[in-house]
Design a protein around this ligand. Structure first.
Ligand SMILES: NC(=O)c1ccc[n+]([C@@H]2O[C@H](COP(=O)([O-])OP(=O)(O)OC[C@H]3O[C@@H](n4cnc5c(N)ncnc54)[C@H](OP(=O)(O)O)[C@@H]3O)[C@@H](O)[C@H]2O)c1
Length: 372
């Protein structure tokens, strides 16, 4: 079994690769955007060092075929012989790569739509040559568009009459549709993670946007949010395990899974309680400031670069709607199928806060190790 995988150099890709290596004996054909093979290995080391030491990394490389490719290039930029090998040897596709740039229609359009179309065409070619066991697509709960105080179930999330918050949600929504329309005869699975933040087993992370936003909020003298607001935050270790296990399962129970905290999602007030010993004070909240808060974040975003408030404004401008909409995504399907719940954010937010501030939101990456 060989799995063609995109996005392996990304945050979630590192989790998924690690889980697949540990749980299966599959080979992985990892499409990597890089200048050459050495550069591709360096990028993989960067994403996998959160999980593997040098010895395990070199052992992992024995099972990984690096496929040089770019979602933006015609035909994924795969040389003919490489494409022929992928078509011959891969029996499933796990498409994780995406642009998460919520501010850029161009990036989302090119990567999420045009890029996924190229991945689908490759999948079609595999299916025409021999059995394609599965096409899995990592989407997002952002496909549910604008919401207000809701519990969203998998089959109700995509509603074409609804507006979206940003080009990211919009393009991921259409991509789900495109995959279903163009691969109707293939066993397909769509995974929709909610807000992925941190790892419930340790304090380390390499993905900072949401962590930065959370730390900034925790440090405010008053948080402009109702403390009963539910926040659907899920740890990356749960998401990685779920994707790997369902992707290789012979017959998954469903075609779409929310990888989320669901109705057990914690509230802003729960975070305040968990953070009290770390902050040495209780976070304070003030209600009904939503419009004014939005304006304040926009104004901060317009400050000159170099101003300490500018990056917080830039982040909050795009993430704030996903905080205040007080909406969670039912996770009964995945928790039943893999037999476990995601750890609540409150069990690990304190160590994550300390780690993030301790390294100034920069993971202490280790250089590429000496080959054994
Ligand atoms: N993290 C979250 O909170 C979250 C929540 C919900 C859903 N998701 C979904 O999960 C998936 C992975 O997200 P992530 O957090 O791991 O993102 P990430 O860390 O930004 O990783 C993105 C991956 O996509 C690859 N990629 C981007 N543009 C590419 C291109 N033109 N050609 C080839 N590869 C390209 C990147 O490769 P390079 O290394 O070359 O840039 C990287 O491997 C995405 O589909 C996202 O929508 C994430």
């Amino acid at each position: 079994m060989s799995i063609f995988l995109t996005g392996g150099t990304g945050y979630l890709g590192g989790y998924v690769i690690t889980e697949l290596l540990a749980r299966t004996d599959a080979r992985l054909a990892v499409m990597t955007r890089a200048k050459n093979l050495d550069h591709a290995r360096e990028k993989l080391w960067k994403s996998l060092q959160l999980h593997l030491d040098a010895a395990d990394f070199f052992a992992a490389l024995e099972r990984i075929d690096i496929v040089p490719g770019d979602l933006h290039a015609p035909g994924l930029g795969l040389p003919d012989d490489v494409r022929a090998k992928v078509v011959r040897e891969c029996d499933s596709v796990l498409h994780i790569a995406a642009s998460l740039n919520r501010k850029s229609s161009k990036a989302c359009f090119n990567t999420n739509l045009r890029g996924t179309l190229s991945v689908v065409k490759l999948a079609r070619e595999i299916a025409d040559a021999h059995e394609l066991r599965r096409f899995s697509y990592v989407s997002t709960v952002a496909v549910a568009g604008q919401r207000d105080n809701e519990v969203v179930h998998e089959d109700e999330a995509v509603d074409w009459a609804r507006s979206d918050y940003d080009p990211y949600g919009r393009t991921k929504k259409f991509t789900e549709h495109m995959v279903a329309e163009l691969l109707p005869d293939i066993s397909r699975v769509v995974f929709r993670p909610s807000i992925v933040m941190g790892d419930s087993r340790h304090e380390r992370t390499t993905q900072w946007d949401m962590v930065r936003a959370t730390v900034a909020l925790a440090d405010l003298p008053v948080v402009p949010l109702d403390q009963t607001t539910r926040l659907d935050i899920v740890p990356a270790d749960f998401v990685g395990e779920a994707i790997a296990r369902i992707h290789v399962k012979e017959r998954p129970d469903h075609g779409i899974y929310h990888l989320s905290a669901g109705v057990r999602a914690i509230t802003a007030g729960d975070i305040a309680t968990a953070m009290e010993p770390v902050l040495g004070r209780r976070m304070r909240f003030v209600k009904h400031l939503d419009g004014a808060t939005d304006l304040a974040f926009r104004a901060m975003n317009r400050l000159p670069r170099g101003n300490a408030l500018q990056p917080i404004g830039a982040l909050m401008k795009v993430f704030w709607p996903y905080v205040v909409y007080n909406t969670v995504f039912d996770n009964d399907r995945i928790t039943k199928e893999i037999g476990r719940m995601p750890e609540p954010f409150t069990t690990y937010c304190g160590p994550l806060y300390r780690f993030a501030k301790g390294c100034s939101f920069r993971f202490p990456y280790r250089d590429y190790p000496e080959a054994p």
